[in-house]
Design a protein around this ligand. Structure first.
Ligand code: SAM
Length: 296
């Protein structure tokens, strides 16, 4: 409501009030065309019905004595929505533009490494890389068995021997993975989970000392006032309110980050966990931030 100027935010006092001025305007996530979530396919026609599904559950969550948050199993159609957001980008820009724009990652993949996709969803990214970089071995990890089953569907048909999917909690990965991965990849996981700090701790265990890590999170500034007027922000705050925030707050001790924790907070978090952020960039044609990191 604030980023769309329906409610005003005073950046000095950080107080909110009803909009009275000419800056008020209609929210349309289609305004920005390509390069926005709408342009990439996370269309309102897909998103709004799926967000609406959890509306009644959210009414319980926001009660003082209600449940703390939602779990992935309470939001069965979320993965479909997630694919409607990410898949068009993976299909058109991941191999074509993102990988070529990252010479260090590309060179490692060509030479032959072990790569881990943490929170791989239905597994598209690993499948594309496995086909393009036959010298490397790819592991997709997800906590949801349905995603792992989905991801495996066409692996045999594609004849991919350098790819596996594993169902496990990223904060308690298999013991024999210690120091085995050269490259760890996150796409929109950290902000969705209650304890991203524990996940990063376990990633540090499974990563080789000279390994690298990509953390890809939604584009946002960490201060609410700095997101005003950005149509993507209006959409992502809404999505986050119904999914990412309640899912990242579902048990005591949760960090409850939500999708809009923003650039400065992400960098501070990674540095606080012992990573050096080598570069921060935006993804081609997608409102996402990429933090290329290595162990300090
Ligand atoms: C927003 S989705 C992103 C999926 C995928 N990376 C993509 O871009 O399409 C987050 C994924 O993380 C998984 N996930 C959440 N918590 C997890 C955990 N603790 N360990 C492993 N996977 C987890 C969810 O099941 C979900 O598939």
């Amino acid at each position: 409501m604030t980023t769309a100027y329906i409610v005003d935010l005073d950046p000095v006092t950080e107080r909110y009030h009803r909009s009275t001025n000419a800056s008020r305007r209609q929210l349309s996530i289609r305004d920005n065309g390509s390069g926005t979530m709408a342009g990439q396919g996370a269309d309102c026609s897909v998103g709004i019905p799926i967000i609406s599904e959890v509306f009644n559950k959210m009414l319980e969550v926001v009660k003082k004595d209600g449940p703390r948050g939602l779990t992935f199993s309470m939001t069965p159609n979320y993965h479909e929505f997630n694919d409607s957001y990410g898949l068009p980008w993976f299909n058109h820009y991941f191999l074509q533009e993102f990988i070529p724009s990252q010479p260090e990652i590309k060179a490692r993949l060509e030479s032959g490494i072990r790569m881990l996709d943490v929170g791989c969803g239905r597994g598209a990214a690993m499948k594309m890389l496995a086909q393009s970089f036959p010298n490397s071995h790819f592991v997709g990890l997800d906590i949801d068995q349905c995603n792992v089953d989905w991801a495996y569907k066409d692996v045999a048909t594609l004849g991919l021997k350098n790819l596996e999917y594993v169902c496990a909690d990223a904060s308690a990965m298999p013991n024999d993975w210690t120091s085995t991965f050269d490259y760890v990849f996150f796409f929109n996981l950290l902000h969705d989970t209650p304890r991203p700090d524990l996940i990063i701790d376990d990633v540090k265990r499974v990563m080789k000392k000279d390994g690298i890590m990509s953390v890809i999170e939604l584009y946002a500034e960490s201060k609410h006032a700095d997101n005003l007027g950005d149509p993507n922000a209006s959409f992502i705050y809404t999505d986050s309110l119904f999914y990412c925030l309640p899912m990242s707050n579902n048990h005591p001790g949760s960090m409850a980050l939500g999708a809009m924790w923003g650039k400065d907070s992400i960098k501070k978090f990674l540095e606080g966990k012992g990573f050096k952020v080598k570069a921060v960039s935006t993804l081609p044609m997608m409102p996402q931030l990429h933090f290329l990191s290595e162990l300090m």
